[in-house]
Write a protein that binds this ligand. Structure first.
Ligand code: NDP
Length: 248
């Protein structure tokens, strides 16, 4: 088992794609630290319980990943209690969609802060411990729209394209320390958000996807998990597209 005893931090791990990633690691007796933001703790509590029932260690922490102070304090605490951080999954993300003509500065800043600045905050916080142990795997969750763009998602697409550039640059900086950094760019994934869409919108999405279905959270989690496995140690600086062929 590649991840037995490893300390894995997953931002936005309380639900959706982040929860599916956490459950992948849970099968291997990893110590899983779930980061979330909603003061309603029910989702994170359920995820922690699911992980523990699979025999892995789990703890949930409510912080804002866009806050440097919150991130620094949590990561310092994790290192002091567990002695290391082996894997970081930067998955937390939000949308505030609108046409650029109507987009407020507040919604621009919020999306860039939560989706991109968070990646800077969390990655910087793990570099020293990972460099010291000469091992680390970091996976950043981008999006197909960071590659192809999407009307009404200028802020979101810019943040997700930023993650791709960030990933490649930090992969170059850290390669000599045996720290791999990759991105996974999901397409349309079946989540609570996409479930709520009208049937005709779903049909229109489907017509753009050669594999003819929305992706599942497990489709994304499988790719993330593999990138962190020992079979993928020669892979760094890559963006893996998990989108049913929507972008090739
Ligand atoms: P969800 O909305 O289901 O979950 C988002 C997660 O991020 C939650 O755990 C949430 O915590 C956490 N979060 C949000 N804001 C903050 C914050 N400021 N600080 C800490 N945690 C925060 O998202 P998905 O599972 O759908 O998406 C996960 C990632 O995948 C995102 O980066 C998204 O952009 C990306 N993605 C998703 C696609 C999709 O089709 N779903 C497609 C392409 C990319 P809480 O609930 O406690 O607030």
């Amino acid at each position: 088992m590649d991840h037995s005893g490893r300390v894995v931090i997953i931002t936005g791990g309380s639900r959706g794609i982040g929860r599916a990633i956490a459950l992948q690691f849970a099968g291997e007796k990893a110590k899983i630290i779930i980061v979330h933001y909603d003061p309603d703790e029910s989702a994170v509590e359920e995820t922690v319980k699911m992980i523990q029932e699979m025999g892995a260690g789990a703890e949930g922490h409510k912080i804002d990943v866009s806050s440097r102070d919150d991130v620094a304090a949590l990561f310092k605490d994790v290192i002091s209690r567990h002695g290391k951080i082996d894997v970081l999954i930067n998955n937390a993300g939000i949308t505030r969609d609108n046409l650029l003509l109507r987009m407020s500065e507040k919604d621009w800043d919020l999306v860039l802060d939560v989706n991109l600045k968070s990646v800077f905050n969390c990655t910087q916080a793990v570099l020293k411990p990972m460099m010291k142990q000469r091992y680390g795997a970091i996976v950043n969750i981008s999006s197909v729209v960071g590659q192809i763009g999407n009307a009404s998602q200028v802020n979101y697409s810019a943040s997700k394209a930023g993650i791709m550039g960030f990933t490649k640059s930090i992969a170059r900086e850290m390669a000599s320390r045996n720290i791999t950094v990759n991105a996974v760019a999901p397409g349309y994934i079946a989540t609570e958000m996409t479930d709520a869409l009208p049937e005709e919108v779903k049909k229109s999405f489907m017509s753009q996807i050669p594999l003819g279905r929305l992706g599942s959270t497990e489709d994304v989690a499988g790719a993330v998990y593999w990138l962190c496995s020992d079979s993928a140690r020669y892979i760094t600086g890559q963006v893996i597209h998990v989108n049913g062929g929507m972008f090739m």
